[in-house]
Design a protein around this ligand. Structure first.
Ligand code: GLV
Ligand code: MN
Ligand code: MN
Ligand code: MN
Length: 428
């Protein structure tokens, strides 16, 4: 198919497979844990080095690079009508502890390569095209997911709370940010906000993180909606004491309160009646953490999601009730029950879905519509811009573990669909 605005037939679009694979491998070496695992935590030394690597690639692709105060990185390719709102694309490169090298990375390095593809193709964008590397999609360090994109979307409450936010070493958010040469204070953070309409479209390329595309042998997933995520922090406190001397009837064990709540999370997710409801306790810490000491404090972090926001909220309410009941029954104080985030789902924009579908078709790639059960920066970009997401298959659906893998063929297909989608959106 030869669109009038395209210099060549789209079948001649070519991805530099060798370079892209090399970049994915190189970026994975900026890690705090040994290969094949990747651990890249916000504002750590490795994160700063990885950021430098990405900025360098953006410059090599001829993009003009800027960073905001939280470390979102933008690479702009100016269109021939630069006064129009640009089309943007991007993802994240931070990696949770002991994860893999594709989550997020494919949507950052793939986006830069998509720009290269369009340049080699001879395409001239009408609207400018912008690649974004978002700061800290993962909640690892400060417990806040999609930190960069939440701020871009204008989350005032988040800016306020960051003043009191520390990591598990008691390093404050602003101390950490300053150490990487980013925000000094709240005022600077507010400057990160983008107005609605800053972009005419936002598209994110990502591995599926689920098994469907691979199982069905389909090349491209076209995301129609992103499930609603929430996270909760809970703290219990009991009297602790000697593991030998305090008799069982006299205990109020904060660890057992946590264990019971963890089981309640599972139960409430299961009893929602839908396979789409999930609940996870991924963090459970006991204090003082000695074999011969009854836990006097426990800390849990709970992740729960659903494509149905209302149903997800019922689960949160039930978890809260369980925490109260357990605390009463066990004589353990419920020190804190904090809902860190309780986000609504997001819908893709129909016109972007159409553009992604026709791009897949024109490239002769099989595709299907699907929902995203994982969250992404797209969830927040959708608050200020029409949004769409492209999924590619990944090995057995593995993600957030070292075995995560996507083949270079699948990545290449994703990059082509992204490039063609960006081109189409740029002309409109
Ligand atoms: C993001 O990584 C998520 O947990 O969906
Ligand atoms: Mn992730
Ligand atoms: Mn991701
Ligand atoms: Mn994610």
């Amino acid at each position: 198919i030869h669109e009038p605005h395209f210099p060549n037939s789209v079948s001649s679009m070519s991805v530099d497979i060798h370079s892209l694979q090399k970049q994915i491998d190189e970026l994975s070496t900026f890690s705090d844990t040994p290969a094949p695992s990747v651990t890249r935590i916000l504002y750590s030394e490795k994160d700063v080095l990885a950021r430098r690597y990405v900025k360098n690639l953006m410059r090599l692709s001829g993009l003009s690079v800027r960073e905001d105060f939280v470390g979102n990185i933008f690479g702009l390719w100016e269109g021939y009508e630069p006064e129009l709102a640009p089309v943007s694309t991007g993802s994240h490169i931070d990696a949770i502890p002991y994860s893999g090298k594709y989550d997020g990375v494919v949507g950052v390095l793939g986006a830069i390569e998509a720009i290269n593809v369009l340049k080699r193709f001879g395409f001239k964008p009408r609207r400018s095209l912008e690649v974004i590397m978002f700061t800290s999609e993962e909640p690892t360090r400060f417990g806040i997911s999609c930190l960069g994109s939440r701020l871009l979307a204008g989350d005032e409450a988040l800016v306020k709370s960051l003043d009191r936010t520390v990591d598990n070493q008691n390093v404050t958010f602003f101390h950490a940010a300053r150490s990487a040469d980013y925000a000094n204070d709240q005022e600077e953070l507010s400057s990160v906000f983008l107005k609605e309409g800053s972009y005419s479209a936002f598209v994110e390329l990502h591995i599926e993180q689920g098994p469907i595309l691979e199982e069905e042998g389909i090349s491209i997933g076209i995301v129609t909606a992103i499930a609603a995520p929430a996270s909760i922090k809970v703290d219990f406190e009991g009297n602790g004491g000697h593991a030998g001397a305090v008799l069982m009837p006299n205990r109020n064990d904060a660890g057992l309160a946590a264990a019971e709540l963890a089981l309640a999370v599972e139960k409430h997710a299961l009893e929602s009646g839908s396979i789409d409801t999930v609940g996870t306790v991924g963090i459970l810490n006991l204090h003082p953490g000695a074999i011969n000491s009854i836990p006097s404090k426990s800390h849990l972090e709970i992740d729960t999601r659903d494509i149905d926001e209302y149903r997800r909220n019922i689960v949160i309410e039930k978890i809260h009730q369980s925490a109260l009941n357990i605390s009463q029954k066990r004589g353990v104080k419920l020190l804190d029950f904090k809902i860190v985030n309780q986000d609504p789902p997001a819908l893709s924009e129909k016109s972007i879905v159409k553009a992604m579908e026709s791009a897949s078709q024109e490239l002769n790639l099989t595709h299907k519509k699907m929902i995203s059960r994982a969250y992404h920066d797209s969830l927040f970009m959708a608050r200020i811009s029409p949004m769409g997401m492209i999924f590619i298959p990944c090995y057995k659906g593995y993600s957030h573990k070292p075995e995560e893998f996507a083949s270079i063929e699948d990545i290449t297909n994703g990059v082509k669909v992204l490039a063609l989608t960006l081109a189409k959106l740029s002309l409109h």
